[in-house]
Design a protein around this ligand. Structure first.
Ligand code: SER
Length: 319
């Protein structure tokens, strides 16, 4: 790998963190990836520190003690839980990021990865093949924190040379740790319910198309951007990414090819308005040109893989 030696992962027990941490340990060495979170990780396979990212002193101590040179900052509230607790979302997502950027500046860290989201877009944004440069006027507090994060990351890069990078992630589909409080969570929940109960009540309308990504592609995108050649990057904190795009009814049809007796009801709730304000698909030409991003999973291969993994776990009584 390149110049990264010791990484701190915040939010390591969350949906992305619980799979990214082991992957980073494979690549950079077990002892060189320090997991941190408010909660203990599911698997205990390397160094871990309890960390509240809103505590700047504690964060600084961990960075110094472990000789950290890069931070993958995943601790955040998502869109739906953000709407339930806007002040907590602001505090964790903004003050937490500010602390990460400040420690990166003061301790001269090599890299910060701060994920952004499709939630930076809003009703005025073109919803199909959303361009890289476009209107970012989100209506959710989560989206507002993510736009702020993109801008703040670029500011730290331009003003102090802190190498901050980020991707506007779509909904992430995974089978290790569940997502918590996102608008795209239906696309994960449905797999668990389909296997366990053959029934699912979807909180979005059947035709709500949203962009998504399968975890193996998500993990690879993070590693590829972390390791990308800085001199080739014209963008830094706000890469659009394209992988999958589908509606609940399209996902249901694909799952039913494997589980024909699945029954799905639709009861849209407050999350529908959030989904309606987000893109259906993204133009990711900047990511493709600047660090050669290419997705590998399509709807069929993602569904087959998800059902394979979860069915096996169900059979062995671990679901
Ligand atoms: N999956 C996220 C959410 O729904 C999007 O960033 O909040």
């Amino acid at each position: 790998m390149g110049d990264i030696r010791r990484i701190l992962v915040t939010g390591a027990s969350g949906q992305i963190g619980s799979e990214l941490t082991p992957r980073l340990r494979e690549l950079y060495g077990k002892e060189n990836v320090i997991a941190s979170d408010l909660r203990k990780p599911v698997s205990d396979d390397g160094p871990f520190e309890m960390l509240d990212v809103t505590d700047a002193k504690q964060l600084d101590e961990i960075v110094v003690d472990h000789e950290i040179d890069s931070i993958v900052h995943l601790a955040a509230l998502l869109s739906a839980s953000g709407e339930q607790r806007p002040n907590v979302a602001w505090h964790v997502n903004i003050d937490g990021l500010y602390n990460v950027l400040e420690v990166a500046r003061n301790r001269k860290l090599r890299r910060v990865f701060n994920p952004s989201s499709i939630a930076v877009f809003g009703p005025e944004t073109p919803r199909e093949k959303t361009p890289q440069e476009t209107v970012t006027k989100p209506r959710t507090i989560y989206g507002i924190t993510k736009v702020t994060g993109e801008l703040l990351g670029n500011y730290y890069y331009q003003k102090w040379g802190v190498d901050v990078r980020g991707i506007r992630f779509p909904g992430v589909i995974s089978n290790v740790s569940p997502p918590g409080g996102g608008t795209t969570d239906y696309a994960v929940e449905i797999f668990y319910e389909a296997i366990k109960n053959r029934r699912y009540t979807c909180f979005l309308k059947p035709d709500s198309i949203l962009p998504m990504i399968y975890m193996p592609d998500c993990l690879r995108s993070i590693v590829e951007l972390l390791e990308a050649d800085l001199s080739r990057l014209k963008h830094h904190t706000d890469f659009n990414l394209r992988a999958l795009s589908f509606s609940p009814i399209q996902l249901v049809a694909e799952i039913k090819r494997h589980i024909p007796d699945l029954v799905v009801e639709y009861k849209p709730d407050y999350r529908q308005a959030i989904a309606d304000s987000w893109p259906m698909s993204l133009n990711d030409s900047a990511a493709r040109e600047e660090w050669e991003w290419r997705p590998t999973f399509d709807l069929q291969t993602m569904v087959k893989d998800m059902l394979g993994v979860l069915s096996e776990r169900h059979r062995s009584g671990k679901l």
